[in-house]
Design a protein around this ligand. Structure first.
Ligand SMILES: N[C@@H](CCC(=O)N[C@@H](CS)C(=O)NCC(=O)O)C(=O)O
Length: 235
């Protein structure tokens, strides 16, 4: 548990961000108390610009005055820095850790890219192209879940692990995407394991605690007013 002198934990975030949600999930699972600071991404704070000068994006975790950027890096940092607080998120075995990191890169590179374009597409035709690419990427992710979960349903096996946290941050946006585009990327008839993973994840205490603020209808409104019009850069 954080809290020693000079060990204050701050999180710079934006309420709708799935990347920030990952970090909130990890902090919740480790029982770390922290100060949350909401950023206005149209008018970024000096603290954000100073803490993440390379990307100037949220999330940024600041621990004992030292900034850590990029959600995957932050979740791994939380796992290591607060290792005594709760069960590890990454597997102990080096090979299994490598496999988890491989799928983490796959999620961000291959799944989230086209999925984001489904939300940002200006025409039905464009949206259909990006939706097809997202479905293809999700099919492959289903195989990743088969390999990682060892018949237990979560990427981490019986317990929530690193990949559950990374993909879990996206869950409210999966529901919102379906409302906006009509596409259910985790459809049980196509990817049964991912569909039951999502169902199970949604009911976890950590997910309920973190997603209180991410009401799906408000995300839909946010996506329509901000993402589709390009009114601000977020998510
Ligand atoms: N790869 C980054 C992505 C973070 C990201 O896209 N953050 C968005 C909010 S969801 C942001 O800060 N956007 C502000 C900008 O693009 O200027 C991560 O994993 O942390």
């Amino acid at each position: 548990m954080a809290g020693g002198k000079g060990e204050e934990v701050k999180l710079l975030g934006a309420w709708a961000s799935p990347y920030v949600a990952r970090v909130k999930l990890a902090l919740h699972l480790k029982g770390v108390s922290y100060k949350y600071m909401e950023e206005d991404l149209t008018n970024k704070s000096e603290l954000l610009l100073r803490s993440n000068p390379v990307h100037t994006m949220v999330p940024v975790l600041i621990h004992g005055g030292k900034p850590i950027c990029e959600s995957q890096v932050i979740v791994q940092y939380i796992d290591e820095a607060f290792h005594a607080a709760a069960k590890a998120l990454l597997p102990a075995d080096p090979y299994e850790r490598a496999v988890a990191r491989f799928w983490a890169a796959y999620i961000d590179d291959k799944v989230l890219g086209p999925w984001e374009m489904v939300l940002k597409a200006k025409t039905g035709k464009e949206r259909a192209v990006w939706a097809r690419r997202t479905f293809e990427a999700v099919d492959v992710l289903e195989e990743g879940l088969v390999k990682c979960c060892k018949g237990k349903g979560l990427f981490g096996g019986d317990d929530i692990g690193y990949l559950d946290v990374l993909l879990g941050g996206m869950v409210p946006w999966l529901y919102a995407t379906e409302k906006i585009s009509g596409h259910n990327f985790f459809d049980a008839s196509k990817v049964p394991l991912l569909a039951s993973w999502m169902e199970r994840f949604t009911h976890l205490d950590a997910a309920k605690a973190v997603f209180q603020e991410q009401d799906v209808d408000i995300l839909v409104e946010f996506a329509r007013s901000v993402l589709l019009t390009g009114a601000a850069t977020s998510s």
